[in-house]
Write a protein that binds this ligand. Structure first.
Ligand code: GAP
Length: 445
């Protein structure tokens, strides 16, 4: 009854892929421009009902790989609002800057290293000398705005892990090599936020600091390059759209002895998803010197005391979500009609299952509720009752829902439903009694 013709080959992706994905994000409730009713607010974005699910799934997949499935990494959630002393010691107050230039013709401001001496707005070459612009957001904690109350919104989650190094060591009895992982918001006053959620002033990071004996740093650096690269492939980024790029020595951050980026082929070219760095003992030594607290490991077996080196895989959650969307977007034909489909891995898809009663009539309501009640505890479900079944399939394809479960009038008699798969559009009829096991097995849960 719900039959539809199978899907034909994917068509070539459009040149305006970025525009289509941005439109899809707005139209289907993934990402909205922030404060839109007031005309928007400076490249900030709100994550809508589907975006919040996709972003959460990206972060959960990272947490699962980096914390849950390992016994050498523990989690942390440090404060966003942070003490100036942290940023003074870490070097961010003096070094976390971008070169800022003003155009003397149109008075726009630009990042000097991104514009090649020409103002992108008016084409003028009459630019001021570059000056260092600190990217940290400064604010005041408490009702008095004076130097004693200055606080910063963290520009990276990493420092929370360094300043809690001894707390974690003492409370978990971990020993190097071990890691501390954190997912959360970071803030940078970017001079030119751009490319949708690729570069924004408020974004989410997924970072892990892996503390190792200094003479093992290179080995673990290479280990994490492999692990992190594989993570993106495993979740469906095609290999031809992913590469590792090692930094030249003059590109390295002030703390790094070696960095490589995982890059994705965005519509505008290769760009960074994640940086994996050998931060040496820079941060622990810096915080130790500034605070007067010893931040080191004492190995009771060898009676050796040392400051661990740190290997840091640092990824952007919001940026990675955008890469997954771009990589998943596809167009093909079903029964001679074009459809757009997000071929998201089921672990990332906002909804794993859509429950679709064929008719809005009350007769199907009890069974629909029963099926939802069975599936909701194991995965995120959407209930969609409006318009034709074909239109509903297209709507679910467009947001990446891997399975649709259709309930028709026969279902009341035979207690069976139709399960339809997103990519192939194949359908099978299954007894309701076996539905949970089948969906679990297809989702690998
Ligand atoms: N703790 C090291 C660190 O923060 P980073 O390369 O500056 O390193 C790590 O940031 C990741 O955070 C980047 O690879 C990127 O995915 C994400 N990121 C950085 N700035 C961002 C921004 N303005 N908007 C969105 N994501 C950003």
């Amino acid at each position: 009854m719900t039959e539809e013709p199978g899907a034909d080959q994917s068509t070539d992706l459009p040149n305006d892929l970025m525009e289509r994905v941005v439109n899809l994000c707005k139209r289907r409730g993934f990402i909205f421009p922030s404060a839109e009713i007031y005309g928007g607010f400076r490249s900030t974005y709100d994550y809508g009902p589907l975006g919040v699910l996709l972003l959460r799934n990206v972060k959960d997949a990272w947490w699962r790989a980096m914390v849950q499935c390992r016994d050498d990494v523990v989690g942390l959630d440090a404060a966003i609002l942070s003490a100036p002393k942290i940023w003074e010691a870490s070097g961010h107050l003096s070094n976390f800057t971008d070169p800022l230039v003003d155009c003397r013709s149109c008075h726009e401001r630009w990042r000097a290293d991104k514009i090649d001496g020409t103002c992108p707005n008016c084409g003028s070459h009459d630019l001021t000398e570059a000056r260092a612009f600190n990217l940290m957001f400064k604010t005041f904690a408490g009702p008095v705005e004076e130097d004693a109350t200055v606080a910063y919104l963290r520009p990276e989650t990493a420092q929370g892990m360094f300043v809690n190094f001894m707390n974690v060591l003492q409370t978990t009895r971990k020993k190097p090599p071990f890691g501390i992982a954190q997912v959360g918001k970071s803030f940078r006053n970017e001079i030119t936020p751009q490319n949708f959620v690729f570069r924004t002033r408020e974004f989410e990071q997924m970072e892990m600091e892996y503390f190792v004996p200094p003479d093992e740093a290179q080995k673990w650096f290479e280990y994490w390059l492999d692990e992190r690269f594989r993570w993106y492939l495993d979740l469906g980024i095609p290999p031809e759209k992913l590469r590792l790029r090692h930094h030249d020595p003059d590109e390295l951050s002030h703390y790094s002895a070696g960095t490589a980026d995982v890059e994705f082929l965005f519509p505008w070219g290769w760009d960074e998803l994640e940086g994996i760095a050998n931060r040496t003992d820079f941060d622990l030594l810096a915080h130790s010197a500034a605070s007067g607290e010893k931040l080191e490991y004492f190995d009771q077996a060898t009676s050796e005391r040392y400051v661990p080196y740190v290997i840091e895989p640092a990824a952007g959650a919001t940026r990675t979500m955008m890469a997954f969307l771009l990589a998943a977007y596809d167009e093909d034909e079903v029964g001679g009609e074009k459809r757009s489909v997000l071929r998201l891995d089921p672990r990332l898809a906002p909804y794993q299952v859509a429950v679709l009663p064929l008719s809005k009539k009350d007769t199907l309501e009890p069974l629909t509720r029963e099926v939802l009640g069975l599936l909701q505890p194991i995965c995120m479900c959407d209930l969609d009752v409006t318009q034709s079944i074909g239109k509903r399939y297209r709507r679910q394809d467009e947001v990446g829902t891997p399975y649709c479960v259709t309930i028709d009038f026969e279902s009341i008699e035979d207690r069976a439903v139709t399960v339809r798969e997103r990519d192939t559009t194949d359908q099978v009829r299954l007894p309701i009694d076996g539905l949970v096991a089948e969906i679990r097995s297809r989702l690998g849960r």
